[in-house]
Design a protein around this ligand. Structure first.
Ligand SMILES: [Zn+2]
Length: 406
């Protein structure tokens, strides 16, 4: 039976499918193992050398005489009740790309690797990008001790599938990679809204995660005149609006307050304390640094005017990852070969490419997400767009696998 990308996507979508909609495949679960084993069979069917590394990453290698590998990868795990394209398309699209190259009797000058990284989403243990972090040789020991909702550590879950957490360092192989390409759905509305079919990612946004607490004075809601109040929630509201205004004026920036709590929380009490989170994303190193300075100054100014004090804790500061010009050029040339000028854009969402891109030249291409919906059972990308993505990926791999200079 002839394999097709749409048939493969259908088959993968059945593994971990839930009765009430969507797909759940989390790290070190039977569902993720089943889909990974199925993909491993497909890689073997293509004649690749298949292995699973110490971090659970599945890698299929198409050997070639010399040089570092050209790698195409993404992930097979999902968010809870996730869709059928996020991650999976990058792996199955890479398989389709190899089929295309095989049919054309292509002979790579350098190896081509197809991979599925373990636990990109971090749905079970809160350990996002685990597999690609291990592949890049980063320290993942803290992730091994993370616990799921049942109190099981990742180390224990790995052991149950025959993996030894102490050996995860053996997965570090990024220095064997010469170029990296990831096909992914956009997970946003831009391509669909503009009727564009291919997005060329120029950078993956950096992310700043803050926890902020503003302290004022709790007091009686009926007896305290406006000018004598130190209302922490009013201060927080000004911060929220300042963030919106800042991001609205800067296309490379997004800002979100996703959680907020006013204390003590009485209907007739002026909030004496307000705690909230801030998620700030910036596409360039310059704006990433400028926004940190601006944000902390803005909070201080609001507090001075409202008579509040503030505590601003930065939980994480992951800088933006620019994509490599030589890889984006290969993707662009491949898209032009399909008669399509790709839309240059930044990725607001994180991907495995942001890890690999720190160590090896990396690039990403996006295909449209219908109405921008993702991380949902309603996630949808048209079959023609998936197939187009695979053809562009194939030609980008072909171009990169013929180069000897990177
Ligand atoms: Zn993804």
């Amino acid at each position: 039976m002839t394999r097709t990308l749409s048939g493969d996507l259908e088959a993968a979508a059945r593994i971990g499918a839930l009765d009430d909609g969507g797909i759940s495949r989390f790290a070190w679960t039977p569902e993720l193992r089943e889909v990974t084993q199925w993909v491993a069979q497909e890689l073997e069917r293509l004649g690749l050398d298949v292995e699973t590394d110490a971090a659970g990453n599945l890698i299929g290698r198409w050997p070639a005489p010399a040089g570092k590998a050209v790698m195409a990868a993404s992930h097979l795990d999902t968010v809870p009740h996730g869709g059928r394209f996020d991650g999976v398309l990058g792996v199955l699209g890479a398989i389709e790309a190899v089929r295309i190259l095989r049919r054309a009797d292509f002979e790579p000058v350098r190896p081509i690797w197809i991979a599925a990284f373990m636990d990109e989403e971090g749905s079970r243990f809160g350990t996002a990008l685990f597999g690609s972090r291990a592949f890049c040789g980063q320290d993942v020991s803290a992730s091994l001790d993370a616990r799921d909702a049942d109190g099981i550590t990742m180390r224990e879950a790995m052991a149950a599938q025959g993996f030894d957490g102490d050996r995860v360092g053996e997965a570090a192989r990024v220095d064997e990679v010469g170029a990296y390409v990831e096909l992914h759905i956009e997970q946003g509305p831009v391509l669909d809204a503009r009727s564009e079919r291919v997005g060329l990612v120029e950078a993956i946004c950096g992310v700043l995660g803050y926890r902020v607490a503003l302290d004022g004075e709790a007091n009686h809601a009926g007896t305290t005149p406006s000018e004598m109040r130190h209302d922490a929630l009013v201060g927080a509201s000004r911060v929220v609006l300042a963030l919106r205004e800042r991001a609205a004026a800067r296309p490379e920036l997004s800002a979100t307050v996703g959680r907020i709590r006013a204390l003590p929380g009485g209907t007739n009490v002026i909030p004496g304390r307000c705690e909230f989170t801030v998620d700030l994303r910036a596409a360039t190193a310059g704006s990433f640094e400028a926004e940190q300075v601006w944000f902390e100054r803005m909070v201080a100014e609001v507090c001075a005017e409202e008579g509040l004090t503030s505590t601003v804790d930065c939980d994480y500061a992951v800088p933006p990852t620019p994509m490599a010009p030589e890889v984006t050029a290969a993707i662009e040339a491949a898209a032009l070969g399909e008669g399509i000028t790709p839309l240059r854009m930044v990725s607001g969402a994180g991907h495995d490419a942001m890890n690999v891109g720190l160590y090896a030249p990396a690039g990403m291409l996006f295909v449209p997400s219908r109405a921008g919906v993702s991380h949902s059972p309603d996630e949808w990308t048209a079959v023609e767009d998936c197939e187009l993505g695979a053809r562009v990926l194939a030609d980008a791999l072909r171009r990169l696998a013929l180069r000897t200079d990177i």
